[in-house]
Write a protein that binds this ligand. Structure first.
Ligand code: FES
Length: 100
């Protein structure tokens, strides 16, 4: 595991996602009630970014055509063989780290 510092905890507003490029990889980082979730920032449907999506009950909805993913596992809710990579996160000293 290699946790990489991505941003400060206040850099992603609560209830929203934000795009970051870390070690050349595009990720979408979401702040849901102070818990952070990181996913690969490319939807497997038509390769659009996921950072503008919404999360409700730990379900991430793509902002383009509404594909839905479990934000903890990355699995598509209807087609479990489809998914998006997810990354572990941790918060330390006011900073968000992602395991890439
Ligand atoms: S690009 Fe995500 S649902 Fe179409």
């Amino acid at each position: 595991m290699v946790f990489v510092e991505v941003c400060g905890v206040t850099d992603v507003p609560e209830g929203q996602g934000k795009p970051f490029t870390v070690n050349g990889k595009g990720i979408a980082l979401f702040n849901i009630e102070g818990d952070f979730y990181a996913v690969f920032n490319t939807c497997p449907h038509q390769d659009n970014p996921l950072d503008g999506g919404t999360i409700e009950d730990l379900v991430l909805s793509c902002p383009f055509h509404g594909w839905q993913f479990d934000v903890k596992t990355g699995k598509h809710l209807t087609f479990p063989n489809v998914g998006v990579p997810v990354y572990e996160t941790k918060v330390e000293a006011g900073k968000v780290f992602v395991d890439l």
